[in-house]
Design a protein around this ligand. Structure first.
Ligand SMILES: [Zn+2]
Length: 441
């Protein structure tokens, strides 16, 4: 006798799935495999499921067990587990043969072909639309029931390896609390290859005369960038959105460094006009009133935001405030205590001002080393951004997120290239090719 357990709630949308299995799948399987028993366990049985059961010709092969305190018995004794979410994870953890099906999708056997869908949909429970192919479930069951011992062991090994790869706490994202969240985050990011993170600084009405660093953009051009993003279906997200897994289909993160007052005056109205979000990396106010770190290079002075302005940026709901420290000094050159102060105290100060958690940081000048990164993690940040260093894939290092620099003359056509999700990798590739053929940058 073979036992197939369908584990999960048996009412609501999940009850509909269970009824379909009873009506469309079980009779055909039982005809071919008369010694197979189907157990529906784990949740209250609603009238639809009850009715499907009572009118089924294969009733003798079905048991409706409903609510149970412990499902251990079924996880151990079943030959095949059918379910979604935690049930599916538990099944692969135990190396069980699994057919993933939830209230939105039939996924089936977890294979290289279905794994991605399975991870994205929480094994069939979350998706925009319903997609069930009961014919595939019949052939998947037929496949499992017809396998010999060796190939079943191979399936078990494969399932266990998926568990180890995706559901055991990974080193990569240990900072993201929940294991499951980190898996979803990793996968959501892999889908886009990368989330473009754009880096702006000042936002001005007219070009900055005498600018050496060219770290400004005029409102006229910025508005063109914003229009491009809106027209092309981009959704601006913040690091807080990312952390909470509010990830859009076509995400982009736009960041502004240093917390210039012109961000409050010129950027905020534009964010409101286009309903776009941005991340601002500000220096703790009152320590510095203007960009004195740029002075020696001859960059014109520009005032920084005060606490009230930072607070109203944050209160707009469109701006995440991240830390840029206190002094705008190269973090690599600080003593341990100074570094800790820059990281921890600035976070606390900005949290006091905004009344929100500060979860991301921008290294001054984009400069960091291993020690700085480690201290940033220990200070309780979840993300930190660099400038033109760090891996080209976002998810590889959440504490060295590379950004795409925007200049005073970055055109809409260039923005289009820079936001296509492959820009950074393409740039790296070009560099490599150039070095192979001996051309200097
Ligand atoms: Zn800066």
């Amino acid at each position: 006798m073979k036992i197939i357990s369908i584990i999960g709630r048996l009412n609501g949308p999940k009850g509909v799935t269970a009824s379909s299995i009873i009506e469309k799948v079980i009779p055909i399987i039982v005809r071919k495999y008369p010694d197979v028993k189907f157990h529906f366990v784990g949740g209250p049985v609603d009238s639809n499921v009850e009715k499907a059961y009572k009118t089924s010709a294969a009733r003798d092969a079905i048991t409706l067990t409903g609510v149970l305190d412990s499902l251990d018995f079924y996880f151990q004794k079943s030959d095949i587990i059918v379910g979604a979410g935690r049930v599916a994870i538990e099944a692969i953890k135990n190396g069980k043969r699994l057919l993933a099906v939830g209230e939105k999708r039939y996924i089936g056997q977890i294979s290289p072909n279905t794994l991605y869908d399975a991870l994205r949909s929480n094994f069939g429970d979350c998706a925009d639309d319903d997609r069930f192919d009961w014919q595939t479930m019949i052939s998947d069951l037929d496949f499992y029931l017809g396998q010999n011992k060796e190939s079943l062991e191979a399936i078990e090994r494969y399932n266990k390896s998926i568990y180890e790869e995706y559901f055991q706490k990974t080193k990569l994202l240990t900072q993201i609390g929940d294991v499951y969240s980190s898996v979803m985050l990793k996968h959501n990011l892999l889908e886009f290859s990368e989330i473009p993170v754009l880096m702006y600084h000042r936002v001005v009405k007219s070009p900055v005369v005498g600018s050496v660093h060219n770290t400004y953009i005029t409102t006229g051009l910025l508005e063109k960038h914003f229009r491009f993003l809106v027209k092309n279906g981009f959704q601006t997200i913040t690091f807080a959105d990312l952390y909470e897994l509010r990830i859009e289909k076509k995400p982009v993160i736009i960041t502004f460094d240093d917390g210039f007052q012109d961000n409050y005056e010129n950027l905020l109205p534009l964010l409101k006009k286009y309903n776009l979000k941005a991340v601002l990396y500000v220096l703790v106010p009152l320590v510095k009133k203007f960009n004195d770190w740029d002075e020696k290079d001859g960059e014109p002075q520009a005032p920084l935001m005060d606490a009230t302005e930072i607070k109203s940026m944050s209160d707009s709901g469109l701006v995440e405030i991240g830390s840029h420290g206190f002094s705008h000094k190269n973090f690599c050159k600080l003593s341990d205590d100074e570094l800790k102060h820059e990281l921890v105290a600035s976070k606390l100060e900005l949290e006091k001002i905004t009344n929100k958690k500060v979860i991301s940081l921008a290294y001054p000048f984009g400069i960091y080393n291993h020690k700085v990164k480690q201290a940033t993690i220990e200070a309780g940040y979840e993300f930190s951004v660099a400038t033109d260093s760090g891996p080209v894939r976002f998810s590889e290092d959440l504490f060295a997120i590379r950004r795409i620099q925007i200049f005073p003359h970055t055109s809409v056509a260039q923005i289009s290239r820079k936001t296509n999700g492959y820009y950074l990798r393409y740039q790296e590739w070009k560099k490599k090719i150039r070095s192979w053929i001996g051309i200097r940058q």
